[in-house]
Write a protein that binds this ligand. Structure first.
Ligand code: HEC
Length: 198
């Protein structure tokens, strides 16, 4: 896996380079914590997620997900207009780096999104409008893909969940039902679109 289709490559290439500057700046100051248990059954610390109800799929927010390592970044234009970081727990990062053909049970991928906003402060330094940074978290702040090939056998071995910035799960059944079908074009990469950014 991870031999991207042309479409995904092109997509990742264009969006990736566009977002790279902003996200690099962001991540320099990020925690450098290397280890995380990443068990999907553990819940996050209250500071980031005061409300931690399990979503419709029974998935709760993994403890320490904000310290996971970076897989890649992306920028969605159009109505979403966000910038996102894709993070992985240890099992996910290992699988990516070993170019594994699929992800093992226990792998969890977290996709974080922020509104993509211009930075006046940064633009003053550049003398023109060129800096775009992470703004407030949209309602689709956190999406998770949790690998458990038995539990989620009906959806490619992945459980899907979405939470807002306060840790409230998406109560929208129709929205959750749409996750897996839309990820099927990435079946050749174990239903994961994001390629590892070296
Ligand atoms: C309209 C199709 C579509 C729907 C619906 C959708 N996704 Fe995705 N998802 C994508 C695409 C395409 C990407 C890669 C986006 C990018 O990198 O710009 C992605 C990326 C992700 C990622 C990062 C890992 C990866 O596969 O690249 C996660 C996690 C994720 N989606 C979870 C979810 C969850 C949870 C839901 C349902 C609440 C959902 N997705 C619904 C198309 C979709």
């Amino acid at each position: 896996m991870h031999h991207a289709t042309n479409r995904v490559l092109k997509y990742g290439g264009i969006l990736g380079s566009c977002a790279a500057f902003v996200v690099c700046t962001m991540y320099v100051t990020q925690s450098t914590a290397e280890s995380s248990t990443g068990s999907p059954d553990e819940v996050a610390s209250a500071s980031a997620n005061p409300s931690r109800e399990p979503g419709a799929t029974g998935i709760t927010i993994p403890k320490g997900y904000r310290d996971w390592r970076l897989v890649s970044v992306a920028h969605e234009a159009g109505n979403l207009n966000d910038i996102r970081a894709i993070l992985g727990n240890d099992a996910t990062i290992k699988a990516y780096r070993e170019h594994a053909s699929s992800f093992p049970d226990g792998a969890v991928i977290a996709r974080l999104a922020w509104k993509f906003v211009p930075s006046e402060t940064n633009d003053r330094v550049f003398g023109r409008q060129q800096s775009f940074v992470a703004g407030p978290q949209p309602n689709w702040y956190l999406q998770l893909m949790v690998k458990d090939s038995r539990k989620y056998s009906a959806t490619g071995g992945w459980g899907f969940a979405q939470f807002d910035k306060d840790g409230n799960p998406s109560a929208n059944e129709a929205q959750l039902k749409a996750c897996f079908p839309c990820h099927t074009p990435a079946k050749g990469h174990d239903y994961v679109f994001t390629q590892y950014a070296p």
